[in-house]
Write a protein that binds this ligand. Structure first.
Ligand code: GDP
Length: 399
């Protein structure tokens, strides 16, 4: 993943600074210059990067730090805080409540990944016990209904649309009414996109919004446009009440960091990022855990959340308790690996553990590690507890 390269460059810069015998002005400047280069390469706006550098220098005033202060820790914390600030829009998103009917309308340009994201969003909530439903009000793009229908059927999510009705407002209203009667608590309306921002697109969005009165409007955008995301997000915000943003295709574009920071600069909260074409390649976006994972510092809350998805309900309580007590043993790891085939990408789970970074995972890692995982599990199944410990150790070393 491209973001992993950005995270890798920043954590390497921090590591080099940490390895220096004495932390002086030069060491700090080298570290900040390295980080600046990495952020600019990810298309983060120059002004944001410059402000970040100035702020860190203000906080970490080496002349005023008394001897005995842990300069490494202070610098590391300042970098972490500034990266969080860069990605934090300062206002939390509206979150629908399970069990209470909510209408969520998706808007965005054609090709941004809107239809795919509607299903990912529905599937994510379905796994957490919601009752989602999908409405296809995209009458502009030929094949949009078939695509949504196909995805919805695969995920066993109810859907509504029409091959003959050409009025998106009527379809949206009919679909929302129907699913409200069926007690669905998350009714997702996919609207039309266009190749570029234009009056007809915004007018249609406004009409669907007025007729369905969504509780939340989610703007979907493609990360490949980098810092140009600022203008696009602003344009959508000015035309419809955008309450949250989902940034897609974070798996393939060097400009992902620029897109995330640009959206945050419009004061729109990002709630998820798309990290691949598959249904489960979809990550909840929360600033602090995201930066923590980016820098290889782990995200134990995300890890615990993942456990809820993969571990059978009757075993969850015990496992979460052990983890919150700091008891992450090889035995737990063995049990987790037994459930791994159900999680989807193994890298997602590993990047949540402190010390593991997605960048450490080489090309082809996912496939190869799934195969290795299967082999090791077969071996471990036939072993005593002591043998399991040794095998788990070998497994970690070979991943
Ligand atoms: P729409 O026109 O905005 O509804 O876009 P689609 O949902 O049809 O998506 C356009 C293309 O982007 C499709 O080929 C999707 O599979 C792909 N896509 C969507 N989200 C992602 C993502 O997060 N990563 C990658 N690599 N591809 C994505």
């Amino acid at each position: 993943m491209v973001l992993a390269q950005l995270g890798g460059s920043i954590s390497r810069a921090i590591q080099q600074m940490s390895n220096a015998t004495i932390i002086d002005e030069k060491v700090l400047n080298d570290c900040l210059n390295e980080i600046t280069r990495a952020l600019l390469q990810a298309d983060v706006q120059f002004k944001l990067v410059r402000d970040m550098q100035t702020n860190i220098k203000k906080i970490v005033n080496l002349d005023h730090l008394a001897a005995g202060h842990n300069k490494r820790k202070i610098i590391q914390q300042a970098i972490f805080n500034e990266l969080c600030k860069m990605l934090d829009p300062g206002n939390p998103p509206f979150t629908p409540k399970k069990g209470k009917p909510s209408v969520v309308m998706f808007v965005g340009l054609q090709g941004s990944g809107k239809t795919t994201t509607c299903t990912k969003y529905a599937y994510y909530h379905q796994k957490k016990g919601w009752k989602p439903a999908l409405v296809c009000a995209d009458t502009f793009r030929a094949g949009a209904f078939d695509q949504l229908k196909q995805n919805a059927t695969k995920a066993k999510i109810p859907f509504y649309g029409s091959y003959t009705e050409s009025d998106p407002v009527k379809i949206a209203v009919d679909g929302v009414d129907r699913f409200k009667k069926e007690n669905c608590d998350l009714i997702i309306v996919d609207t039309s996109g266009r190749h570029k921002q234009e009056a007809a697109l915004f007018e249609e969005m406004r009409q669907v919004s007025e007729a369905t009165k969504p509780d939340l409007v989610i703007f979907v955008m493609d990360s490949s446009i980098g810092q140009a995301a600022f203008d696009q997000a602003q344009a959508f915000k000015q035309n419809v009440a955008v309450g949250a943003v989902i940034v897609t295709k974070m798996d393939g574009h060097a400009k992902g960091g620029g897109a995330l920071s640009a959206v945050a600069a419009t004061k729109s909260p990002i709630i998820f990022i798309g990290t691949g074409e598959h249904m489960d390649e979809f990550d909840l976006f929360e600033v602090k855990p995201f930066v923590s994972r980016l820098l290889g510092m782990g995200d134990l809350s995300g890890f615990v959340d993942k456990i809820h998805e993969v571990v059978p309900t009757d075993q969850q309580h015990e496992l979460v308790q052990k983890l919150s007590e700091g008891n992450f043993t090889l035995r737990i790891m063995y049990e987790l690996f037994q459930n791994l085939s159900k999680v989807g990408p193994i890298g997602q789970l590993f990047s949540m553990l402190p010390g593991f970074s997605a960048e450490l995972m080489p090309e082809g890692f996912e496939k190869e590690s799934q195969q290795k995982n299967k082999r090791y599990m077969t071996m471990m199944d036939s072993m005593t507890n002591e043998g399991k410990l040794i095998a788990a150790y070998l497994l970690i070393r070979n991943l």
